[in-house]
Design a protein around this ligand. Structure first.
Ligand code: GDP
Ligand code: MG
Length: 390
C-alpha cells in the first residue's frame, strides 16, 4: 500500500515538473516572437513531431495544437510558396466594348423606325463622332457609305447598318499591315513601349509578360522609367506576379544603362524577350523624344534585335490620343499600337481613326486592369462587337 502511494506521489511530481519546463520554454519563445526588426534574428527552430503524451495532460495548462504550432514557427523564417498560376480567361471584346456599342445601338434603334432620310444620316454621323471616330474618318466612312447605298439601291436602315459594318471592317483590315508581335528564335528580342504617362505602358508590359511566360518564353522586364522609384517598383510587382525577371537601376539613373544591363542579363540568362518600359513625361516633350531616339540607338547597338516599338495609347483620351500618336510616330519608328482602356470608354471608335489616319496597325488592346485583360486586335471581332444589337 505504502509502495503504491509512493509511486503515485512520484508520478505526480514528474508530471508537475514537466508542466513547469514546458511553460518556461513556451514563454521564452513568445518573447522571441515579439522581436522588433533590427534585432539579431533567432535561428530557425526545427519542427519536431510532438509526442502523443504531451496531449494527454489535462491538468497542466497546455496551449492548443494551433497555439503550439504558431509558437514553434520560427518568426523570421518565411517559406517561399511559388505563386499560384493565375487562371486567365480571354475576355470577350464584345462585353468590354459595351459603352462604345451603346452609342451605336442607340442610334441604330432610332434609325430603324423609318425609311432612310436626312435624319438617318445625321444619326449615323453623330454616333460616329460621339464614339470619337473623328471628323476626317467619319466623313470618309459616310462618303463611302452614300455611294455604296446608291449603287446597291439600299433603302432600309438595316441594309445601311450592314453596309457601314462592311466599310468599318474594310477600313480597319485594308492597309492594316501586320498585327503580329515579332520575335526571332534563339536570341534576345526587344519590345520597347513608349507613350505618355498614365496610358498603361507598365500594365501592358505586365500583361504581355504573363502571356509570354505562360507560353514558355523567358522574359526580362527592363525598368527604363527611372524618373520615379515607384515606376520600377510597379514593374517589379508585375515581374513577381508573372515570373518575369526584373532589371532596374537607381532612381534617376540613365535609362540607357538599364537597357544595357537588361540586354546583358537577357543574354546571360538565355532570355528571349526583353520588354522595355520607358518614361513618358510630356512636359519635357523634346527631351522625351530625344531620349527615346537614344534608347533606340542603344538597343540597336546591343546584341539582340529590336523587333517592336509599341506606342501605348489610352482609348479614353479619344482624339487627343491621336495627336500624341502623331508626335511619337514622328520621333521613333513605331511598329504598332497598344490601345488601352477600351473597357469603360464610349470612345472606342478611336481605333478606326488611328488605323485610318496613321496607318499604324493596332496590334493589341487593353480591356481592363487584370493580368488577362489584353487581347490581340482583330478587326472582324471589333466590328462584330461594335455592331452587336444587345
Ligand atoms: N480599365 C483599364 N485600366 C487600365 C488598362 N491599362 C492600364 N490601366 C490602368 O491605367 C493606370 C495607369 O497605368 P500604367 O501602366 O501605370 O501607365 P504608364 O504610366 O503608361 O506606365 C493604372 O491604374 C492601370 O491599372 C486597361 O486596359 N483598362
Ligand atoms: Mg509606367
Amino acid at each position: 500500500m505504502v509502495a503504491v502511494i509512493v509511486v503515485v506521489v512520484v508520478v505526480a511530481l514528474v508530471l508537475l515538473s514537466a508542466g513547469v519546463v514546458a511553460a518556461v520554454r513556451i514563454s521564452g519563445r513568445s518573447k522571441r516572437h515579439g522581436s522588433v526588426a533590427g534585432e539579431p534574428s533567432a535561428p530557425p527552430i526545427p519542427r519536431q513531431p510532438r509526442p502523443p503524451a504531451e496531449r494527454s495532460q489535462p491538468d497542466v495548462e497546455t496551449p492548443s495544437v494551433e497555439e503550439l504550432e504558431e509558437l514553434l514557427r520560427a518568426p523570421d523564417v518565411e517559406v517561399a510558396t511559388p505563386p499560384e498560376p493565375e487562371v486567365v480567361e480571354r475576355p470577350r471584346l464584345r462585353d468590354r466594348l459595351a459603352r462604345t456599342r451603346g452609342t451605336f445601338s442607340g442610334a441604330f434603334g432610332r434609325m430603324r423606325g423609318h425609311k432612310i432620310d436626312d435624319e438617318t444620316w445625321d444619326e449615323l454621323e453623330e454616333s460616329l463622332l460621339l464614339a470619337d471616330v473623328g471628323m476626317v474618318t467619319t466623313t470618309r466612312l459616310l462618303d463611302a457609305l452614300r455611294s455604296r447605298a446608291k449603287e446597291e439601291s439600299v433603302t432600309e436602315p438595316d441594309g445601311l447598318i450592314a453596309l457601314l459594318r462592311d466599310e468599318v471592317v474594310a477600313l480597319l483590315a485594308g492597309d492594316a499591315g501586320d498585327r503580329a508581335l515579332h520575335m526571332l528564335p534563339d536570341e534576345p528580342n526587344v519590345w520597347m513601349f513608349v507613350g505618355v504617362n498614365g496610358v498603361g505602358k507598365t500594365t501592358t508590359i505586365g500583361k504581355l509578360a504573363s502571356q509570354r511566360v505562360g507560353d514558355g518564353h523567358r522574359v526580362v522586364l527592363a525598368a527604363g522609367d527611372t524618373f520615379r522609384a515607384a515606376a520600377a517598383d510597379q514593374l517589379q510587382l508585375w515581374a513577381e506576379r508573372t515570373g518575369g525577371e526584373l532589371v532596374r537601376g537607381q532612381e534617376g539613373a540613365d535609362p540607357g544603362s538599364v537597357i544595357f544591363d537588361a540586354m546583358a542579363a537577357a543574354a546571360g540568362r538565355g532570355a528571349d524577350l526583353v520588354l522595355v518600359d520607358t518614361a513618358g513625361r510630356l512636359h519635357t516633350k523634346t527631351n522625351l523624344m530625344e531620349e527615346l531616339k537614344k534608347l533606340r540607338r542603344i538597343v540597336d547597338r546591343t546584341p539582340g534585335a529590336l523587333k517592336e516599338v509599341l506606342l501605348v495609347i489610352d482609348a479614353s483620351t479619344g482624339q487627343n490620343g491621336l495627336v500624341q500618336a502623331k508626335q511619337f510616330a514622328d520621333a521613333v519608328d513605331v511598329t504598332g499600337i497598344a490601345l488601352t482602356k477600351l473597357d469603360g470608354t464610349a470612345k472606342g471608335g478611336i481605333v478606326i481613326a488611328i488605323q485610318a489616319e496613321l496607318g499604324i496597325p493596332v496590334k493589341i488592346v487593353g480591356v481592363g486592369e487584370g493580368v488577362g485583360d489584353l487581347i490581340e486586335f482583330d478587326p472582324h471581332e471589333f466590328a462584330a462587337a461594335l455592331f452587336a444589337d444587345d
